[in-house]
Design a protein around this ligand. Structure first.
Ligand code: PEP
Length: 259
């Protein structure tokens, strides 16, 4: 059975002191639990990664991910951070293709495919985001859009590498809007994504790959969403900035994981 994952995307929020207190609060609350039947990944801004990897080693309660990496390997690319650098400070995961990067930084499917390659070459796991905008859903094009994003950005990977990947379905109209996909909408798209993985790879890869839901997932709707058979947890933005809410989401995933 696939274990659930709850991943926090802190985006460009928090000062260093605030990040430190948030992680302290999260750990205090997690420490009240004997066992957690889900994986937790925290993706802070770059300057706080080492703070988090230090906590990770001391506490072993969560893994650490970056929110972005360069499509290049190393060299004269001012302002970029490579997958190799991330791996050298024990970061094992990295979000790729978040809709905010596609929209505000013009990241193309081709660039995203290169980022995925750099991560796989450095033994890291991409958390590859896909999702349609509202007009595409209203036009009934959401399946087509997600299929194209996967085919261009992820499905060039060979059979082994796909096992190191996590997919996040994040309908753009649900991100930061308070408008969550219904559990039925999420399940329908997740089942479709799993069927695409089966078609491109095989049944074993489809059974193994974790597909997270993201988009206004919070402490009030997590159980409903995570109970869907093809929803393997969540990528959490706003609600990951509040220790109580984030830990509540983790505990809901854990509860379902234990059933
Ligand atoms: C996200 O940006 O990945 C996200 C899911 O944000 P929010 O939870 O705030 O909608």
């Amino acid at each position: 059975m696939r274990s659930k994952i709850v991943a926090a995307n802190w985006k460009m929020n928090l000062t260093f002191g605030e990040a430190e207190s948030l992680v302290d609060d999260i750990l205090d609350r997690l420490d009240e639990q004997d066992e957690l039947n889900c994986e937790v990944i925290i993706c802070p801004p770059f300057p706080y990664l080492e703070l988090l990897t230090d906590f990770e080693f001391d506490e072993q309660r969560f893994n650490v991910g970056a929110q972005n990496c360069s499509a290049f390997d190393m060299g004269a690319y001012t302002g970029e951070v490579s997958a190799k650098m991330l791996k050298s400070i024990d970061v094992d995961y990295c979000i790729v293709g978040h809709s905010e990067r596609r929209k505000y930084f013009g990241e193309s499917d081709e660039t995203l495919a290169e980022k995925v390659n750099r991560l796989i070459e450095n033994n890291m796991s991409p958390i590859f985001c896909v999702g349609e905008v509202l007009e595409e859903r209203e036009a009934g094009r959401h399946f087509e859009v997600v299929k194209e994003q996967l085919e261009k950005g992820l499905f060039h990977l060979d059979g082994d590498a796909i096992y190191d990947t996590i997919i996040a379905y994040e309908p753009v109209w649900a991100i930061g809007t308070g408008k969550t996909a219904t559990p039925e909408q999420a399940q329908e798209m997740h089942a479709y994504i799993r069927s695409l993985v089966k078609e491109r790879y095989d049944q074993a890869a489809a059974d193994d790959i974790r597909i997270l839901y993201g988009g206004s997932c919070n402490a009030q709707n997590a159980t409903e969403l995570f109970s869907q058979p093809d929803v393997d947890g969540g990528l959490i933005g706003g609600a990951s900035l509040k220790a109580n809410d984030f830990v509540s989401i983790c505990l809901q995933a854990s509860q379902i994981g234990a059933e």
